[in-house]
Design a protein around this ligand. Structure first.
Ligand SMILES: Nc1ncnc2c1ncn2[C@@H]1O[C@H](COP(=O)(O)OP(=O)(O)OP(=O)(O)O)[C@@H](O)[C@H]1O
Length: 628
């Protein structure tokens, strides 16, 4: 290949036919190849060849390889660039293809085609000396390459003309207007970004149009972001970080992955309620009424909540304590938390902590982490849009632990009034003041709450309800709520107290009232079908004579099926020793408090036994026979 007149390319070259992008001497271009002749060229020449010569191919622009290798070749562009295939990558998705990375060496002219199949082979004449690109003309070509490789599809034809220009002078004449235009465009873009927002407003309407609405929008966007940063009333430290990030963002090309990351970060920073809050509107008398209206029974809990709120009203800077409602499922812990937010006129946000075992769930990921996000606390603040909401940390007893750290430890900082004024989420990396947030926690048991966390909270036990309390709750709250949710009225459905007692004893055995609520929902759905069927009758009979539909024992059985539990019969003391008693039914406590049971014998009860704790719910698991 080497001769006295410089390096010579082979006189016979296999040709790669391309119609996207132009390879110029000195540049390196990536080509995707999937047409039959080009694929054959890669398979038979590039992949099988072992010499340096076999990696040199001719790249012909402006020529499309036909879809079928049986089709005739179209007329080929007669000037091309010889290049070295420096990389070949094959893939089968979405269809078989190769990606070639080719570095251009020199121009050539196609003299004659030698064969068309399996790939195109041609007799070629070398037009440039190879040394030109490594020594004397290096500078000129570097400028040419550096700028021209940025040319997009719309400059494609112009680039082909540059390729066709063999003498350097002619080549510069062709390339210069394109370069000038490119440089002008870049200068205008740079100037528009530097301008102050006001100035920009004056210029843009009268302004330049460089096919460049996007660039104007970019400038607008950055200016708007800067205004938002200044208007977010963030503390000095956060403002400094934001302005630094904004400065970096302005210099970054949009295609850089870090651009999106920084942009998202700044968007979050301006959205956070650094200084936005709601005004507390607490009136203890109406708070008491509201609590009583929302919740039946729970007198002790309601009293403590009112005390807590009263002290907060008198001493607005009160730090702590954090209330933690502990009790079995469905006894109204969450709903009391919601009522507290309503009484104070604050936003409410629930953070479910059950199963959380990664501390970054609380504290966020560092921004260097792929897919990083802020933690749940900061996310919650962004959602409510104020810095003094009521946050209900639900199920703190179900926090897990893993290799990713201990989320309970992260919660310590959040709940500690001495530290939470400078809570630092890893994602934000600046302190956020959580001291205005009112935290309330709920749990089913204190046994699994880490002691350090428990120590920061005041535990308020919420016991389960007695049967009579449940009947009252059903008639005062659950039935009216369910009627409303199902679009029914008391004139259409009536559940007598006897029936609700039946549901409580024979269909739901639980400490709370959640299953009871579900059963009432099931009854409402069944009645809704009947009512909807009645609606289709003519006007005069829209209210069928049987309205309201009364749910008696027969209707209950029909809708809810046979009762899973039988009514309890209280045994007399010493009943187990009576000769006619042979079996004892064994129950197991089904509520989540079982995990805290002090002894394995504890969940063993017999029907009617009431001293184990009314807050537990029992499931029959079998029978135990008396051994005489
Ligand atoms: N004393 C009550 N008065 C009125 N409604 C109640 C009462 N107790 C519970 N409820 C109702 O029972 C349903 C379940 O309550 P809630 O979701 O607050 O239970 P929870 O104790 O938070 O349960 P979990 O531990 O499973 O989260 C709600 O619809 C709530 O309104």
């Amino acid at each position: 290949m080497a001769s006295s007149g410089g390096i010579q390319i082979p006189s016979r070259l296999p040709l790669l036919l391309t119609h996207e992008g132009v390879l110029l001497p000195g540049s390196t271009v990536r080509f995707s190849v999937d047409s039959p002749r080009n694929m054959q060229l890669v398979g038979q020449r590039l992949l099988k060849g072992t010499s340096l010569k076999s990696t040199i191919i001719g790249v012909i622009p402006n020529s499309r390889d036909p879809e079928q290798d049986t089709d005739d070749l179209p007329a080929l562009h007669n000037i091309g660039t010889a290049g070295i295939a420096v990389q070949v990558v094959g893939s089968n998705w979405p269809k078989p293809h190769y990606t070639l990375l080719i570095t251009g060496l020199c121009r050539f002219r196609v003299c004659s085609l030698l064969k068309e199949r399996p790939f195109v082979l041609a007799e070629v004449e070398q037009l440039d000396k190879l040394e030109q690109y490594t020594t004397s003309a290096a500078e000129g070509d570097a400028a040419e390459h550096g700028e021209l490789k940025e040319l997009s599809q719309k400059f494609y034809q112009a680039a082909v003309q540059v390729l066709d220009a063999i003498s350097l002078e002619e080549r510069f004449q062709k390339a210069l207007p394109m370069l000038t235009r490119q440089i002008e465009g870049l200068k205008l873009l740079q100037r528009s970004r530097k301008m102050s927002p006001d100035k920009e407003k004056r210029v843009t309407p009268s302004g330049f149009n460089l096919d460049g609405e996007d660039e104007d929008e970019d400038g607008d966007d950055m200016a708007a972001l800067e205004r938002k940063i200044h208007g977010a009333s963030m503390p000095e430290a956060a403002l400094r970080v934001c302005l630094k990030e904004l400065k970096r963002l302005k210099k970054m090309p949009q295609s850089m992955p870090e651009f999106a990351l920084t942009r998202n970060y700044l968007d979050l920073m301006v959205e956070l309620p650094w200084n936005r809050n709601t005004k507390d509107c607490l009136d203890i008398r109406s708070a008491r009424t509201l609590l009583d209206n929302d919740h039946y029974a729970m007198d002790k809990l309601k009293r403590r909540v009112l005390e807590y709120l009263a002290v907060r009203q008198l001493k607005t800077t009160l730090k702590g304590p954090i209330l933690c409602f502990v009790g079995p499922p469905g006894v109204g812990k969450t709903s009391v938390g919601r009522s507290i937010a309503r009484m104070l006129g604050r936003e409410f946000h629930r953070i479910a902590l059950g199963g959380v075992c990664d501390q970054s769930d609380i504290r966020g990921h560092r921004r260097t982490y792929v897919g990083s996000m802020p933690g749940r606390i900061i996310n919650g603040l962004k959602m409510v849009g104020v810095n003094n909401p009521v946050f209900l940390l639900d199920e703190v007893d179900k926090l897990g632990k893993s290799l990713q750290g201990d989320p309970a430890a992260a919660l310590l900082e959040v709940l500690d009034p001495e530290q939470n004024h400078s809570f630092t989420d890893h994602y934000l990396n600046v302190a956020f003041d959580l001291s205005q947030v009112l935290f309330i926690a709920t749990a089913n048991t204190t046994a699994t709450i880490p002691p350090a966390l428990l120590d920061r909270m005041e535990v308020l036990q919420v016991p389960g309800y007695t049967q009579e309390e449940k009947v009252e709750i059903a008639h005062r709250h659950l039935i009216p709520n369910q009627l409303e949710q199902h679009g029914l009225t008391p004139q259409q459905l009536h559940i007598p107290q006897d029936s609700s007692r039946d549901i409580i004893c024979r269909y739901t055995r639980e400490a709370g009232v959640r299953s009871l609520e579900r059963k009432i929902g099931a009854i409402c759905r069944a009645v809704a079908v009947k009512v909807a069927e009645g609606r289709r009758l003519p006007e005069a009979v829209t209210a069928p004579p049987e309205m309201p539909i009364v749910i008696d024992h027969v209707a209950l059985k029909d809708i809810l099926g046979p009762p899973p539990f039988e009514t309890e019969v209280s045994p007399t003391p010493g009943w187990w020793s009576l000769p006619n008693i042979r079996f004892m039914q064994v129950f197991v406590c089904t509520c989540r408090c079982r995990s805290a049971s002090p002894s394995p014998v504890w969940p063993w009860v017999w029907p009617g036994h009431r001293s184990v704790g009314r807050s537990c719910s029992w499931r029959p698991v079998g029978w135990r026979e008396k051994v005489s």
